[in-house]
Design a protein around this ligand. Structure first.
Ligand code: MTE
Ligand code: MO
Length: 322
């Protein structure tokens, strides 16, 4: 077995998030034959893990302020239905994504900040600390999940960066290595690297969460290891995966999807059941693991937390397309 350096967040499995939280916790234990799970240094080889999946257990205390009124999406469903175009433009990229080397990983913070830096992901995690939050996750393709993310508030990273007066937006960038992600090579017509952006004010909202783990482990490669975003009030494409850079800027970033199809993917992209996407109605959504259709809520159910960010916007259509 590989000997790995113990990190602050690695603790024994028995102390990890309470039993019964993850519907398939017991299945994972059974699938792994409990080997390597007893100690903090074991890698987690779940029944559903793809070959090459070596995620470490990650303990984080749940922040009870972020609750769900739906059951969690089982981990195996989440691990096997992903959008990550760097590995192909279909949902079954899990296996191909295992070639992603999420350690070591450097994250750069630059642009209009007082403290530009390049920092190792595990140093960043130690600095920021971690917690667990249960979030909804809604793709513009009108399917939804519910995920137990582990990470830290985006606001903490903003505070560390020290934005200067002119910094209005944050532009984020995914790794761009065609020798790792074959989709980059086989789909040269896409405007790589994947880019996303939001306002500094949005990043400072309590809901904006930078994810380093899920389901009690390091976040899986196919879900955007080792660092991704979760913006649960916006459509999923805003939640950029495998981030290498945060640039603070006075210019509104143009995202990957906006470059491709501005009419369909605009900057704000707030979940809104009243504004249909040109190809998908957004009035309802399909709960991924049950297949059930349920009504979609304004801001994906997070209106109370985020509506004030958009109080100056009269036209609700504006919130999706412009
Ligand atoms: N780098 C990168 N980030 C990305 C994507 C992508 O293709 N590449 N897809 C986005 C889309 S469309 C969605 S719905 C979510 C999917 O996250 P999930 O696979 O964890 O459900 O990731 C987003 N982040
Ligand atoms: Mo999506």
């Amino acid at each position: 077995m590989l000997i790995k350096k113990k990190r602050s967040w690695e603790i024994a499995e028995r102390e990890a998030t309470p039993e019964g939280v993850y519907m398939n916790r017991r299945q994972i234990m059974a699938g792994a034959g409990a080997i390597g799970l007893a100690g903090a240094l074991g890698t987690v080889r779940g029944a559903f893990a793809a070959p090459g999946d070596e995620r470490l257990a990650m303990n984080a205390v749940r922040n009870e302020a972020f609750q769900l009124d739906r059951e969690l999406t089982p981990e195996d469903v989440n691990l096997n239905y992903n959008n990550f175009y760097e590995f192909g433009s279909h949902k079954e990229i899990a296996k191909d994504a295992q070639v992603l080397e999420a350690r070591p990983w450097q994250v750069t913070i630059d642009g209009l900040v007082d403290n530009p830096t390049t920092i190792d992901i595990d140093d960043l995690i130690s600095k920021m600390g971690i917690e667990e939050r249960l979030y909804r996750h809604r793709c513009v393709e009108a399917w939804s999940m519910t995920v137990p993310w582990i990470g830290f508030p985006f606001a903490k990273l903003v505070e560390m960066a020290g934005p200067q007066a002119g910094a209005k937006y944050i532009r984020m960038e995914t790794f761009n290595d065609p020798s790792v992600a074959r989709g980059i090579k086989t789909q040269p017509w896409y405007p790589w690297p994947y880019i996303e952006g939001l306002t500094v004010e949005e990043a400072q909202n309590d809901l904006a969460f930078l994810v380093v783990g899920a389901y009690g482990k390091q976040v899986a490669d196919q879900m955007g290891a080792p660092l991704r975003l979760a913006l649960p009030w916006k459509y999923g494409f805003k939640s950029i995966k495998s981030i290498v850079k945060f640039t603070f800027t006075n210019e509104r970033p143009i995202s990957f999807w906006e470059q491709l199809q501005a009419r369909e993917y605009a900057f704000w992209a707030n979940v809104n059941p009243k504004v249909p996407h040109p190809r998908w109605t957004q009035a309802t959504e399909r709960v991924l693991h049950t297949g059930e259709r349920v009504p979609t809520l304004l801001f994906n159910g997070y209106e109370e937390q985020v509506a004030s960010l958009y109080a100056d916007k009269q036209d609700l259509g504006d919130l999706l397309y412009r």
